[in-house]
Design a protein. Structure first.
Length: 72
């Protein structure tokens, strides 16, 4: 687990913070910070993922399996 020296403070507008408090109420998130970290990690992962979700090798394997099953 990260210690406090591994963290930084990011400032956001108070109205946004308050809206996020309402959104996460009873959602399972312990804090607005936890929710924001989740969202940012999700966005970062999505930006690194291939567009189709498959690399070229996986696409070729899927095509091969579909052909063997008679779909292609």
């Amino acid at each position: 687990m990260a210690n406090e020296k591994d963290k930084v403070t990011i400032k956001i507008p108070r109205p946004l913070y308050q809206k996020l408090q309402v959104i996460i109420k009873d959602s399972g998130y312990n804090s607005v910070t936890d929710f924001i970290v989740f969202i940012l990690r999700d966005l970062l992962a999505a930006s690194r993922a291939p567009e189709s979700g498959f690399d070229e090798k996986e696409i070729q394997e899927i095509k091969k399996r579909l052909k063997n099953l008679g779909y292609l």
